[in-house]
Design a binder for this molecule. Sequence first.
Ligand code: FAQ
Length: 308
Amino acid sequence: MKEQQFQEKIDLEKKIEPKDWMPVDYRKHLIRQISQHAHSEIIGMQPEGNWISRAPSLRAKMILLAKVQDEAGHGLYLYSACETLGISREELVEQLQDGKAKYSSIFNYPTLSWADMGAVGWLVDGAAIVNQVSLQRTSYGPYSRGMVKICKEESFHQRQGYEIMADMANGTPQQKEMAQDALNRFWWPSIMMFGPQDSDSPRTGNAMKWKIKRQFNDELRQKFIDQTVGQAEVIGLTIPDPDLKWNEEKGHYDFGEMDWDEFWSVVNGNGPCNIQRLEHHKKAHSDGKWVREAAKDYSKKQKSTETN
Ligand code: FAQ
């Protein structure tokens, strides 16, 4: 009965709020997805944070610094949304560090040159926006509202990345070569961000029934490819896919086969930077222990002063 009422509410496009009744599996599904999303934002700071001290100008440095700080903020909104489901921040961090919770495969690739900052903003944030715009309509209220806020900031991120790529593509032959090399390395991992093909996506069934996900992985991937091909053409770069071709009948681009062995290998912890990313997270978390403790003590002290 409760389950039926819950589904009716979802079917009527009403949001589910933290204190509403929800099936155990809906709650679990959300904790998994929102926490993976939060971890992605936080781990995603590493490949770009790596370049803050090497940005080629003060302007570029300020922009990159602001972007990386935004990603931290997104992680915090998402952790907070996840905590409304009855799990603590400590448990979430533990799951990440123990390798029980995933984060996006894309952040296990290294950023080797300044042009990679362009590729990450343009492609990685570009792909994240396509996914997150769709998630603005997700059925869980706190997640949906978090997505609205995050999407506004991601648009700026995508544009700053595209600006870097456009400048380099129009620069010296060496700069253009660097931009093309970054595109070559980030193209396939970016389109893998949308997850496995629908036929191989075990979570999609429930996610669509509960309107947690509003569009299929393949549908979003196609949308991203369709909108990005023209952007590459405008700046004179070539997408590294010989099978990429406009299909007049479908009104979409056809594209080549992704390397699914590579995808699963990265998802399962064996990408080029998986170990490094987690080790860095553990070290930063342990180095920051005194700050968390000081903040806790300070807030306890404030509360006791207020009550006295
Ligand atoms: N990487 O059945 P499905 C960003 C896992 S934010 C790693 O299709 P689902 C901003 C999946 O979890 C980027 N694992 O699963 C930024 C599942 O494993 P599980 C993050 C992946 O959930 C920019 C299994 O494979 N965005 O970038 C991946 O229905 C720049 C089976 O897959 C989000 O998290 C992958 N790519 O669909 C930050 C958006 N794909 O849990 C810094 C929210 C799949 O059963 C710098 N999440 N897996 O063990 C989603 O929309 C969905 O969770 C999908 C996966 C689409 C990622």
